[in-house]
Design a protein around this ligand. Structure first.
Ligand code: AMP
Ligand code: GLY
Length: 431
């Protein structure tokens, strides 16, 4: 079987690895990714949004199913490029990916269809409206409506410390985009639930907790995600009823999208928060999470090519996972997320990482004849799974010590101390 993967980060490196276990991997990437290139039968280094070139390339290789991975390419309609030339696709069309690239659409879809889990919110197109929303909603979160690589959200009391700062950020977004989303600030513990979808039904992956804040103790600016952990079928701070509530919200979204003429085929990503008032939705994405993809894919037992093919046909097969715990931590360049230091040489002792029972996936790097170099974003993710969370965490720390270069990572992710804090936090909210 021939599978095409479009995209080239750490998440795609993990997807490529799973695909190449059960099929011939073909890949399209804007720059040479050292890991994906090595796994590919053949690769094309080209701008994936150049429709005529990539469609022709895929067609001439008789690709049986294509998977477009990154948000920006989904928003650009790269899935549609392949669908239009008759190649089956396991990723969402531009229309369906709107659930991610337009937060206003995602919220109004929920409201129109009375899907539970929406916080109080208002989409504003003037500063006057924003001022009114502040009065109505109370403590708020300011969000751009479009894609920002996870870095556009600012929270009152954390990133915005006075009403003036809130309004100044609203004014900045209004000037840039013409609108801004203001939402009730929710308090609780966040978790990610991802599902394979075929337009009609879904198959869930294990829940994962990501860490969006840059620094230890969940402080600092938002990032694309510094690392994540999972502990089998349930996270330590969740109850089964929380997971059931999140699942039924995702099923309702899938049905609503189908009924409204935008059936969703691909990986649906729900970012949820367990609050005092139950499960609420932070956002939806139209793709695997990065880093969360690496947690779940390291446990996947069902061959990924088989899943992709079944999704593209609307005949989803259920996905099965091993029950281990997983930890992922990203090594990021000095200066990240404000201004990650690019073009720095990194050295990796891959053999030693293997010996530790861990894996390394390259993120925002490029390769020349001189070696592997950083770009401004997250450099490489170390991943491990084990029966105990502490074992996986230790293996990941060991793996990160096998990379040299001007990089840093969050040491607290996946530690017992952090997990205990999560449990105590939920208890304090719910009692
Ligand atoms: P997003 O880009 O929408 O995933 O938001 C990034 C991060 O901002 C989330 O992971 C949350 O930590 C935080 N966030 C977003 N929306 C809210 C909200 N309504 N209440 C509290 N925190 C939020
Ligand atoms: N880890 C968050 C995201 O992929 O958007």
């Amino acid at each position: 079987m021939k599978v095409l993967l479009v995209g080239a980060g750490a998440r795609e490196h993990a997807i490529a690895e799973q695909v190449s276990k059960g099929a011939k991997l073909y890949s399209i990437m804007p720059k040479k990714h050292p890991g994906i290139a090595k796994l590919s039968e053949e690769f094309l280094i080209h701008d994936p949004t150049d429709a005529s070139v990539v469609a022709q390339w895929a067609k001439s290789r008789s690709i049986e199913v294509a998977f477009v991975s990154p948000d920006a390419l989904l928003a650009d309609g790269v899935t549609d490029t392949f669908a239009e030339v008759g190649i089956p696709v396991a990723s969402p069309t531009k229309k369906a990916a709107r659930i991610e690239w337009d937060k206003g659409y995602a919220r109004s879809l929920m409201q129109r269809n009375e899907i539970p889990g929406c916080p109080a919110l208002k989409i504003c197109s003037s500063l006057e409206e924003a001022k009114d929303a502040l009065k109505e909603i109370g403590a708020i979160v300011v969000k751009p409506l479009g894609l920002t690589g996870g870095k556009g959200v600012r929270i009152q009391g954390e990133h915005l410390n006075s009403e003036e700062e809130v309004l100044a950020y609203c004014a900045e977004l209004l000037e840039k985009d013409g609108n801004v989303l203001l939402e009730e600030k929710l308090e609780g513990e966040e978790f990610t639930l991802q599902a394979f979808c075929d337009g009609n039904s879904l198959s869930l992956m294990p829940p994962v907790q990501d860490h969006k804040r840059a620094f230890e103790g969940d402080s600092g600016p938002n990032t694309g995600g510094m690392g994540s952990y999972s502990t089998g079928a349930l996270l330590p701070f969740l109850e089964q009823k929380d997971l059931d509530a999140a699942k039924s919200i995702m099923e309702a979204v899938l049905s609503a999208m189908r009924d409204e003429g935008s059936p969703f085929t691909g990986v649906l990503y729900g970012q949820f928060i367990a609050t005092k008032a139950g499960i609420k939705v932070i956002e939806f994405n139209a793709r695997f999470g990065d880093p969360e993809a690496m947690n779940v894919l390291s446990l996947l037992k069902t061959p990924l090519p088989q899943l992709f093919l079944s999704m593209s046909k609307g005949e989803l097969v259920p996905a099965e996972f091993s029950p281990d715990c997983t930890v992922v931590k990203y090594a990021v360049p000095e200066g990240y997320p404000e201004k990650g230091k690019a073009d720095e040489l990194i050295m990796v002792n891959e053999q030693k990482i293997w010996d530790l029972g861990a894996k390394l996936y390259f993120g925002s790097v490029y390769q020349t004849e001189k070696g592997i170099f950083t770009s401004t974003s997250r450099t490489a993710a170390a991943v491990a799974h084990a029966q105990k969370l502490s074992e996986a965490e230790k293996a990941v720390e060991g793996a990160l010590s096998c990379i040299s270069g001007p990089l840093w990572h969050r040491k607290d992710i996946g530690t017992q101390e952090l997990v205990k804090r999560r449990i105590a936090h939920i208890r304090s909210l719910r009692t």
